[in-house]
Design a protein. Structure first.
Length: 413
């Protein structure tokens, strides 16, 4: 298998079956809906206009592109709908390097050539994001090809395998036609996705959040800087924004909605499911700098008569964030907080062990109206992972987690 650079092929002479030069390579095209890597078409610039030469009609690429058909058989260029043009859509464009977890600019594209059944096959192997691709393009046609290749061999390659590249396409129609999604990006940690998104232009951020799964988008949005977070949500339509906000941790979602213009918040709330909307409206009523304003309403609370077995079953079916399950809370029939059981104690207990016997002493909690300084000091004093929040009647209303406090303190730095 040999490798050829895209920029070496662009402008190369094209010969038809008679051996006559009929034009030059204007573009190489992929049909992503058929094969994400294999070159499907060569667009040839001729005196009669651009022509479409299927790659299946190419005999070789040595000394130029040599076709097995006459130029009269090549159809006129009918447009690039459904095609990814490597020169136009990749060169000098930003792409996402999911392996390196960053946004990079493409300087060239490395194409792998192999022969299958006596016919050449050309596939995108990697994108060049280093100096080698830039130098090749800068000096192409300026210095002899042999000298240029000698120089390029001295420059260390900096490439990203095509399988690690996610494309950014802001046009919704093209995203669908080209089957551009962000499945690779979605596998990254939300914090890494957030770092990548913050390096994109506003319309590119919107495009990414339009294609990410709601749960993945919600996790990433929670990690994005508040100003960028707000801009992203304001750029999305209300229905899409609501789908993402519903998947966010309730406290983070409430903080975000509280920062938006009142009209925009109302639009998003109207698109939310009734139960999530009710919960969010209640959270928005609390002051942000209080325990109630920082608490998460997704937590594990069981009746004070529950056993370790009951707790394990509850954990299996819990759909909230993992940061809220470090402690299981015990309440009476009125919802009054009566105990807290660390997860570590539960793991070591027999299934029939009453949870109340595993409750830690003393029971640490904070009032819903407590200021940030007060509940932050409790985390520091008792080395807490989570802190229950109760109302004036001692009823459990929410939980503050250590990551909430870390975010709070970081915002004050």
């Amino acid at each position: 298998m040999s490798t050829v650079a895209l920029t070496e092929l662009l402008g190369a002479p094209v010969f038809d079956s008679t051996g006559s030069q009929c034009g030059r390579v204007r573009e190489l095209a992929l049909a992503p809906q058929e094969d994400r890597a294999r070159i499907a078409m060569v667009i040839v610039r001729t005196k009669r206009g651009d022509r479409m030469l299927p790659f299946s009609a190419i005999a070789s690429l040595n000394g130029g592109v040599r076709a097995t058909t006459a130029s009269a058989e090549w159809p006129a260029n009918g447009g690039s709908e459904g095609l990814l043009l490597l020169g136009r859509d990749l060169l000098d464009q930003q792409v996402i390097d999911v392996h390196g977890r960053k946004v990079v600019r493409v300087n060239d594209v490395d194409l792998h050539q192999e022969v299958v059944g006596n016919h050449p096959v050309l596939k995108v192997g990697s994108v060049d994001v280093g100096a080698r691709g830039a130098v090749r393009r800068l000096l192409k046609g300026v210095v002899p090809l042999v000298a240029l290749r000698g120089l390029l061999r001295k420059i260390p390659p900096r490439t990203i395998p095509w399988d690690f590249v996610d494309l950014i396409e802001t046009d919704p129609a093209r995203r669908v036609k080209l089957k551009i999604s962000h499945e690779r990006l979605a596998r990254l940690h939300p914090a890494d996705i957030a770092d990548i998104v913050e390096d994109l232009a506003p319309d590119e951020r919107e495009a990414v959040f339009e294609t990410l799964d709601e749960e993945v988008a919600a996790g990433a949005l929670e990690e994005v800087e508040p100003k960028v977070q707000k801009a992203i949500v304001e750029s999305l339509d209300s229905e899409r924004a609501a789908e993402i906000v519903e998947e966010m941790e309730p406290d983070a979602a409430a903080d975000l909605l509280a920062d938006l213009p009142e009209e925009r918040t109302s639009e998003i709330l109207l698109e939310m499911e009734p139960q999530e909307r009710k919960e969010m409206v209640e959270l928005l009523e609390f002051k942000e700098n209080t325990a109630a304003g920082r608490m998460n309403t997704e937590y594990l609370a069981l009746n004070l008569n529950a056993t370790a077995h009951d707790a394990i079953e509850a954990l299996r079916h819990f759909e909230g964030g993992v940061e809220t399950v470090s402690t299981i809370y015990l309440v009476d029939s009125h919802g009054t907080l009566v105990g807290a059981v660390p997860l570590a104690k539960l793991v070591l207990a027999e299934p029939t062990t009453p949870l109340l016997s595993l409750a830690q002493e003393p029971l640490i909690f904070t009032r819903a109206s407590a200021p940030e300084k007060e509940f932050s000091e409790l985390f520091d004093k008792y080395n807490l992972m989570s802190l229950p929040v109760v109302d004036d009647h001692q009823k459990l209303t929410g939980v503050i987690t250590s990551d909430d406090v870390i975010s709070l303190l970081r915002a004050k730095l």
